[in-house]
Design a protein around this ligand. Structure first.
Ligand code: F6P
Length: 348
């Protein structure tokens, strides 16, 4: 079979591990060849591709990013209909099946194409870890390492200067990065999109810490938090699917400084969370997903996405993953764990 690969949406560590594993697993069968479309679905629309061989995919396992490049191009967004262009490219290049590697937007395109008879098998990725139908996406573990390391570093300077330090992290509307790295990094307050908070509650918690002799506080802020009403009013929303990085943490930081009369600093981790060499976990998961995707194609089980369920890699219909987002459960085990060790979510 001639198999087409692409990586779409925000990049993340581990994408190259998947590409490498797909090619190696496929070559082992002796009957597959590979074409890599550049810059996500844009490469299919524009017939922009490279041949993927053993040689062109060797040495890429520890590399962050994606050797194919990526974009957020959706051939069916904003009234567009890219079906004819996609069909043209796939037939010109003799592609029998596609492996799109992406989040719900990239994989949503595969669902749409599946209805038109285009064979595809999906691989889920995102640092946000918010895809339904998989326990974990690759990229998330590396992001957790990066953010935890940053919180560790913020810790020492916060303590030296007796400051309230806010660290804003990615994750869109899901708080998985904030919650995971907040616990791992020993944060005192974690503000999540899933748990409404108030500045008053955060300041009360800071004062209690002060009274107990702790003169500094680390607050991890998920970029997708809902701003409390009074701050929301002063927030000029921008025309973006998500606010500009740092926008919300800056407003929350300013509000905490005004209310607590204490020194506050805000650090926005931004895109360093998406970069760097993948962790061993993400290399292994990416490799498992790549192999499993070719296994599905070999069995002609199209329209499915590889998924991690407990310890096992399984397959589910791609639609299942695109039905919504997997958010933090405010009553779930991880939030309970955090509360039980004294972490505040600013909600009480
Ligand atoms: O979805 C991954 C992600 O890194 C989000 O956590 C973040 O909100 C977004 O992408 C940033 O996108 P961009 O790189 O387009 O600014």
């Amino acid at each position: 079979m001639r198999i087409g690969l692409l990586t779409g949406g925000g990049d993340c560590p581990g994408l190259n591990a998947v590409i490498r594993a797909v090619v190696r697993r496929g070559l082992a069968d002796g009957e597959h060849s590979f074409i890599g479309f550049r810059h996500g679905w844009a490469g299919v629309l524009e017939d922009d591709w490279i041949e993927l061989t053993y040689q062109s995919t060797t040495g890429i396992l520890p590399r962050g990013g994606t050797i194919l490049g990526t974009s957020r191009t959706n051939p069916f967004a904003e009234g567009r209909d890219g079906l004819a262009a996609i069909r043209r490219t796939l037939s010109r290049r003799g592609v029998d099946a596609m492996i799109p590697i992406g989040g719900e937007d990239t994989l949503g395109v595969a669902v749409r194409l599946g209805r038109e008879g285009v064979a595809a098998v999906g691989v889920p990725k995102t640092i946000d870890n918010d895809l339904l139908a998989t326990d974990q996406t690759f990229g998330f573990d590396t992001a957790l390492h990066t953010v935890t390391d940053a919180i560790d570093k913020i810790h020492t300077t916060a303590e030296s200067h007796h400051r309230i330090m806010l660290v804003e992290v990615m994750g869109r509307t899901a708080g998985w990065i904030a919650l995971g790295a907040g616990i791992a990094g020993g944060a005192h307050v974690i503000l999540l999109p899933e748990i409404p908070f108030s500045i008053g509650n955060v300041c009360k918690f800071v004062e209690e810490r002060q009274r107990s002799g702790k003169r500094f506080t680390i607050i991890v802020v998920a970029e997708g938090i809902e701003l409390p009403g009074d701050i929301e009013k002063s927030f000029v929303s921008e025309r973006r699917s998500m606010p500009r990085q740092g926008a919300k943490a800056s407003l929350v930081g300013a509000a905490i400084a005004a209310a607590s009369k204490r020194e506050v600093r805000v650090t926005v981790l931004g895109h360093i969370q998406r970069g760097g060499s993948p962790s061993p976990f993400d290399r292994i998961l990416g490799t498992r997903f790549g192999v499993a995707a070719v296994d599905l194609i070999a069995r002609r089980e199209f329209g499915k996405m590889v998924t991690l369920r407990g310890p096992d890699v399984e397959a589910v219909p791609i639609e299942e993953a695109c039905r919504g987002l997997r958010l933090v459960d405010p009553k779930g085990g991880l939030v309970h764990t955090a509360r039980s060790i004294g972490i505040s979510f600013g909600d009480r």
